[in-house]
Ligand binder design. Structure first.
Ligand SMILES: Cc1cc2nc3c(=O)[nH]c(=O)nc-3n(C[C@H](O)[C@H](O)[C@H](O)COP(=O)(O)OP(=O)(O)OC[C@H]3O[C@@H](n4cnc5c(N)ncnc54)[C@H](O)[C@@H]3O)c2cc1C
Length: 318
């Protein structure tokens, strides 16, 4: 809990939120089940509105309080603290996952799984996203991260993004006004994305299906998908691969508690045995230190850290 939020503040806010998102409000709800890492403590308040109006109502209620807000998508690029999140978690996942095609365009809810969009597009003979097959997140998270693979990022098919600013004002941003970069989209950092319009090209559905099969097979051969993870923990530094630097630092297979640097792909830290967030965090800090000491390269984290992490959690064994 934050010092500024009392139990009474939380209860009052939760009951106001229940009015805008009936049935989908909870106090002290564990976040671990909503992350691909299966790690993380509880959120002080959980709210999962079922409509865009509901999202606006939540934002209007939260902005009048001191509660910090976190927007949770499909939870596949997150490390949530063992102490959880001391504010409101606004879940935009399967609650906002509508999908509507019109010709070569689609209007897609922010919670829709990327893979569902890809499969629906392919069945209609629509190309543009198939290289992203296998990325496990939702549309909102993918836009926020400018997710991508095999040389293709979500920016390539994005026509517009809609949502709300933190005070609940509606906004719509055209593609030309978003300065997408490598795993970043600065104009989307402060907004709560509720939907997007994508633009595809026509292509043979059979050919697209075959491409997807190839990509999924390639990912399976290169990525350690048998344990929970957040994918690559670090961004690719210019001119290098994070995994190769980690391997060359002698860290492959290194383990702390239930967390392990993958033997198959050193850019992944796996939850191999009920890891705590602190276990993963210690490995992250160990990698950062070792790679910097060896190569003078500061790795930038791709994973988003949620809640409280501090170096007081660490001992001297980095
Ligand atoms: C096995 C594995 C493989 C992966 N491979 C890839 C890959 O090849 N390429 C790649 O780019 N990524 C990859 N990832 C990472 C991850 O899947 C992507 O970053 C994904 O786009 C995150 O989407 P999400 O819905 O899970 O977002 P979350 O993890 O829920 O959130 C990520 C960030 O986006 C914000 N966010 C989420 N939804 C919204 C919204 N509606 N409005 C505003 N902000 C929002 C969150 O607050 C957070 O800051 C992989 C992950 C795993 C586990």
């Amino acid at each position: 809990m934050t010092a500024s939020l009392t139990q009474k503040d939380l209860k009052d806010l939760a009951s106001r939120l229940s009015a805008v998102a009936p049935g989908d409000v909870a106090i002290d709800k564990p976040l671990a089940p909503y992350t691909s890492y299966r790690i993380g403590g509880p959120t002080a308040i959980w709210v999962a509105p079922g409509s865009e109006d509901g999202v606006r109502g939540v934002l209007e209620a939260v902005r009048t309080t001191a509660a910090p807000l976190f927007v949770l998508g499909r939870g596949t690029n997150l490390l949530v603290s063992d102490r959880g999140w001391p504010g409101v978690t606004l879940y935009i996942g399967d609650n906002l996952s509508q999908l509507q095609f019109s010709g070569v365009q689609a209007e897609v809810g922010a919670g829709t799984l990327l893979m569902d969009v890809i499969r629906a597009a392919v069945e209609r003979g629509l190309a543009g996203m198939e290289q992203m097959a296998g990325i496990p997140g939702g549309v909102g998270g993918a836009l926020r991260m400018n997710a991508g693979a095999f040389g293709r990022e979500i920016e390539a098919i994005t026509a517009a993004v809609a949502g709300f600013t933190a005070d609940g004002s509606p906004c719509r941003i055209e593609r030309k006004d978003i300065a997408f970069g490598y795993r970043r989209a600065p104009q989307l950092e402060k907004i709560i994305i509720t939907s997007a319009r994508f633009h595809f090209q026509t292509e043979s559905a059979a050919l697209l299906r075959a491409r997807i099969d190839d990509i999924l097979a390639l990912r399976k051969s290169k990525q350690p998908l048998e344990h929970p993870s957040c994918g690559s923990v670090f961004k690719r530094p210019p001119g290098y691969y994070a995994g190769a630097l980690i391997e060359a630092s002698g860290l492959k297979g290194e383990r702390i508690g239930g967390a392990e640097i993958s033997l198959k792909h050193a850019g992944f830290i796996l939850n191999v045995a009920d890891a705590a967030a602190t276990d993963v965090y210690r490995l992250i800090r160990r990698i950062e230190k070792r790679v910097f000491d060896r190569f003078g390269i500061r790795l930038e984290r791709e994973v988003h850290m949620v809640g409280d992490f501090n170096d007081g959690d660490l001992d001297d064994r980095l």
